[in-house]
Design a protein around this ligand. Structure first.
Ligand SMILES: [Zn+2]
Ligand SMILES: [Zn+2]
Length: 284
């Protein structure tokens, strides 16, 4: 693997919001739901277990075949598109694998919610039958560390619980903030802005929910997702270097996404803006 200054890279395995979108109009950006891999030196972090985690599992099995492997899996929240790939994650069936789940407490613990999705009525193999070593970490304080990585989390604005994560490693900052609405509401908006500002300040890379065009957002206020323009505005204000639009709307074809990116760039925000694309690797 190519070396870079921070020894940190991100790889996209699933970039779609809400539901997978197979089909010829979704080939360029990809149709799998949320899953992002982040390597910080030897440490493997994964953000969300949408259907993209299936191919990540295959890649990790190949890389570590027969050798011990540990992954740290951050679940932003348990809406289907963020957990539905886990039952198809190869490492879950690998006795040499240790999987640490991290998440918050919403109506229930993350452990109970993942157990629930793997009850036999929904899937033939239960969580107890998996061969890997699975641990659940309920997040309760900020920041926390994994090896030499510092991680902050915060609650985003989204129906139910959704968490955003800030990862600091080797003086570089990566932020994952999927499923979040940047609010225009003057009262809530202030709190929302401060909260998001603390999370994303000076980030080298911000992977953020940019599901809607501004026209779509106008009819979907309160649904818990953002328009590219509003996120680009906030990202510029807090000195983000590179915004990667994520959680693409299932109705947006490749052409729609390309058009939306061009439109956002034409507004001359002082940051780099690109769209998350399945298979892309970026060195931080
Ligand atoms: Zn989602
Ligand atoms: Zn959601």
């Amino acid at each position: 693997m190519k070396k870079n200054k921070s020894n940190m890279y991100v790889r996209f395995w699933g970039v779609r919001g809400s539901i997978p979108t197979p089909g010829k109009d979704f080939v360029k950006y990809g149709g799998n739901t949320s899953c992002v891999e982040l390597r910080c030196g030897q440490t493997i972090l994964i953000f969300d277990a949408g259907t993209g985690i299936r191919m990540l599992g295959k890649a990790l099995s190949k890389e570590f075949s027969g050798k011990p492997v540990t992954v740290h899996l951050f679940i932003s929240h348990t809406h289907w598109d963020h957990i539905q790939g886990f039952p198809f994650f190869d490492l879950a069936y690998n006795k040499h694998a240790s999987i640490y789940f991290y998440g918050g407490h919403s109506v229930s613990t993350l452990e109970k919610l993942i157990l629930g999705q793997m009850e036999r009525e929904y899937f033939p193999v239960t969580l107890f039958e998996l061969s890997s070593n699975i641990h659940f970490v309920e997040l309760s304080h900020n920041p926390f560390t994994i090896n030499d990585i510092t991680i902050w989390y915060t609650h985003l604005f989204h129906p139910g619980l959704s968490l955003g994560f800030r990862v600091e490693y080797n003086n570089h900052v990566f932020v994952y903030a999927s499923d979040n609405e940047v609010l225009n509401d003057p009262e809530l908006g202030d709190y929302n802005l401060k909260n998001i500002g603390n999370l994303i300040q000076d980030a080298d890379i911000l992977v953020a929910d940019c599901q809607y065009t501004p026209q779509e957002y106008a009819t979907r206020i309160g649904w818990g997702h953002s328009s590219i323009e509003s996120v680009a505005g906030v990202a510029s204000r807090f000195n983000v270097k590179h915004l990667i639009t994520f959680h693409h709307d299932p109705n947006h074809t490749d052409r729609d996404i390309t058009r939306a990116i061009k439109k956002a760039r034409s507004l001359s925000f002082p940051i780099r803006i690109t769209a998350a694309k399945e298979g892309d690797i970026l060195y931080i």
